[in-house]
Write a protein that binds this ligand. Structure first.
Ligand code: ZN
Length: 261
């Protein structure tokens, strides 16, 4: 990880996740870092989380409406410009060709330089949590839309001008290769997560989020970020980090001025 370290800010980014609150738990520190630096961010939710409660007072429609409202509030906190709800059913998501088409249409419309999504290979976290099948499905759908579908001229020309995504940031991954310093945005991340009150049941996520981000920073080999261009270039370990497997699909047009790449 050199070109895609903490100094890199894409001009535009699209995050694709299964549920409202997924991005907030996992990658909101990076999204806030990027939007603060001028990145135009789009958040795509494949479901509106319409099964995500054990509270019998909710209908699916009422829950979806509430969770979309929470997501819009969260997106405002994170500086995310566009939020798109594709409204598939929660807990029943599959990476179908129809969903690939929906995502190709959005990629060709918003033309993100970077796409953020979850790792579809992640089945288990520690010995306590089986990854939600919707999370794996969303990861497959996002990656299959990015490559090669969105960039193929002869595939679905009615969905818009083909677009080649430059980099994919894959989160919740067992094989990270990049760590983003989120010390400057962890408070924003926590605030955005708190907007999802229907999922927290009064729980304050601040301690857990700080613990996770501290642990991620500790995992970064030799420190997860590099000094700004022009300084010594020596790596320093961030206090809080989010980790990714970054796939560089092609050389970025605007290369950062880092040395020893
Ligand atoms: Zn989720």
């Amino acid at each position: 990880m050199r070109k895609y370290d903490s100094e890199y800010v894409p001009a535009s980014a699209m995050a694709v996740f299964a549920h409202p609150d997924d991005a907030e738990f996992i990658v909101a520190g990076t999204i806030a870092r990027w939007t603060k630096a001028g990145c135009e961010a789009t958040l795509v939710l494949l479901t509106s989380g319409n099964a995500g409660t054990h509270d019998p007072r909710f209908t699916r429609d009422a829950l979806a409406r509430l969770r979309e409202k929470e997501e819009r509030a969260s997106a405002r906190i994170l500086g995310v410009k566009n939020v798109v709800f594709l409204r598939h059913d929660d807990c029943a998501l599959l990476p179908t060709l129809d969903i690939r088409r929906e995502l190709v249409r959005l990629i060709r419309k918003h033309r993100p330089e970077a796409v953020i999504c979850g790792d579809p290979q992640a089945w288990f976290f520690d010995d306590r949590y089986i990854n939600h099948p919707d999370h794996r499905a969303a990861g497959v759908a996002a990656l299959e839309a990015v490559f090669p579908a969105a960039e193929m001229e002869l595939l679905w020309p009615e969905l818009g001008t083909p677009h080649a995504v430059q980099a994919v940031y894959i989160c919740s991954t067992p094989s990270p290769n990049a760590w983003i310093d989120i010390a400057g945005t962890i408070d924003v991340k926590i605030e955005a997560l708190k907007a999802h009150a229907s999922q927290l049941n009064g729980w304050d996520p601040a301690g857990r989020i700080r613990d996770w981000a501290r642990a991620e920073a500790q995992r970064a080999p030799g420190g997860g970020t590099r000094s700004p261009a022009g300084s010594s270039g020596r790596a320093r370990r961030p206090k809080y980090a989010e980790s990714f497997r970054v796939m560089r699909l092609r050389e970025r047009e605007r290369r950062p001025e880092t040395k020893n790449d």
